[in-house]
Design a protein around this ligand. Structure first.
Ligand code: UDP
Length: 449
């Protein structure tokens, strides 16, 4: 008797840590619901994530991205864009057209929208994966309206950064928060085009799986929106929490770099709620060396215990003698076991760039946030953290007074702790799990039914 095959789902993440991790969590949730997931990444990432999770039942496949050194991680947005548009499509196309592969659906990170076109050409249904909160997607979706109303020019430049965007069903976001405002004016225009192209491609999707939970600001809007057949918004996040409740979880956190676990023992010896955890995610470059130096001096002056996740290249730029002077005050590690650090009760707050995964990991552990957003969706996340959820404060620089004021405000605000607990229960509780179950039912009915 022929054993019925499990529906095969291909996952295509954007090649960066903050995208690969949630897509792997999602793939493991699909695995435990009876699907057969295949994760395709460039060679350099494949080498880092496949071996640690090879027994799991997820298939890992490598794509060439045309890099001269296949072990070098892709790091520059525009060179990644080039290889995604020019080198990767034919490889995915060959796979999808191979009848033996029997692919039921492709789940495409919306930052890798090249794969939507390939799936369309091959006649395979595609779902989008939006790795951050829905509010950031609303910004992209509103591009035509933002241009029409003159809030941004036809090349995406905001006429006044402080002008409110007034997106439907969203709290106040401003023109200066737009996702593409990173780097030089030329780079910003290019990113704007990237998003316009993405928006065109999204039109053929059946679903968008959002790595978030239903926030009440969005609830009404989604109900209305789901009357609109394509693409349907489905909530599947926050992914690390969903994966933790699946039958089959990743055996190891899919870090691209080795975690320095030495700080966990030190953390154990510190007083409850005393330690500041500092990390700006996997791309520190937008912050720059001189700000890192200023922050180092502010931390030293605060006298507070800290753990700072800072990669080796940036560590070289720290002020002379700093590492020696703070050896009893704190720990500096190139890559921290972040989820475990945040879970530790010695941590009092998290000085963060407001990356979405980091934000949700902090909420899961009820850690207050001192926000210093630097790029992309981080500005939107920080508006939610500070203005909507009120679980953190924002600082605009790393001067001694500014850092100390920010730390004091969050550490002393009792109500912030209560609000965090409520948000954690909403974001990580039963409702989020029901949303994920609902997604699987819809998937099974639409793809397999
Ligand atoms: N992370 C980690 N150790 C570190 C710094 C970051 O494990 O020292 C993980 C963190 O837990 C999160 C991811 O890297 O899951 C960063 O994703 P996020 O969306 O917060 O930021 P991005 O790197 O995309 O800017």
């Amino acid at each position: 008797m022929k054993v019925p095959q499990k529906p095969k789902i291909i996952f295509i993440p954007y090649p960066a840590q903050g995208h690969v991790t949630p897509i792997l969590h999602l793939a493991s949730a699909f695995l435990s619901r009876g699907f057969s997931p295949v994760v395709m990444t460039p060679e350099s990432i494949h080498r880092r994530i496949s071996t640690t999770n090879e027994d799991l039942g997820i298939t890992f496949l490598a794509l060439s991205d045309g890099q001269e050194r296949p072990d070098a991680l892709p790091s520059d947005f525009f060179s990644i864009e080039r290889s995604m548009e020019n080198i990767m499509p034919s490889q995915l196309e060959r796979f999808l057209l191979d009848e033996d592969a029997g692919v039921a659906c492709v789940v495409v990170d919306l930052l890798a929208s090249w794969a939507i076109r390939v799936a369309d050409r091959c006649g395979v249904p595609a779902a989008g994966f939006w790795p951050v909160m829905l509010a950031a997607y609303r910004m992209i979706e509103s591009i035509p309206e933002l241009v029409r109303t003159g809030i941004v020019s036809r090349k995406g430049c905001p006429r006044q950064p402080e002008r409110p965007l007034l997106l439907p069903e969203q709290p106040l976001l401003y023109a200066g928060d737009l996702l593409w405002l990173i780097g030089t004016p030329t780079a910003q225009k290019r990113r704007f085009k990237f998003w316009q192209r993405t928006l065109e491609r999204v039109k053929s999707l059946r679903w968008i799986l959002v790595n978030s939970f239903k926030d009440e600001y969005e609830r009404e809007f989604i109900i209305k929106d789901n009357n609109n057949p394509n693409p349907k918004i489905l909530y599947v996040g926050p992914s690390h929490n969903q994966a933790a409740t699946s039958d089959k979880t990743l055996t190891k956190n899919p870090s691209f770099w080795e975690e320095d676990r030495s700080c966990l023992g030190w953390l154990q010896e510190q007083k409850p709620n005393s330690v500041i955890y500092i990390s700006f995610g996997s791309w520190v470059s937008p912050i720059g060396e001189s700000k890192i130096r200023t922050l180092a001096l502010a931390l030293e002056a605060s006298g507070r215990p800290f753990i700072w996740a800072l990669n080796r290249v940036w560590q070289e730029g720290l002020p002379p003698g700093f590492v020696h002077r703070v050896k009893n005050q704190g720990r500096i590690v190139p890559w921290a076991p972040q989820i475990e650090v945040l879970k530790n009760d010695s941590v009092g707050c998290y000085l963060t760039h407001c990356g979405w995964n980091s934000t949700m990991e902090a909420v899961a552990s009820c850690r207050r946030l001192v926000c210093y957003p630097v790029a992309g969706d981080q500005f939107v996340n920080s508006r939610y953290i500070v203005d909507v959820w009120k679980i953190g404060v924002r600082i605009s620089g790393f001067g001694e007074k500014e850092v100390e004021d920010g730390l004091r405000k969050v550490m002393e605000d009792e109500e912030m702790g209560e609000r965090l607990k409520k948000l954690r229960d909403k974001a990580m509780g039963n409702e989020a799990r029901l949303c994920l179950d609902n997604t699987f039912t819809i998937f099974k009915d639409d793809i397999c039914g």
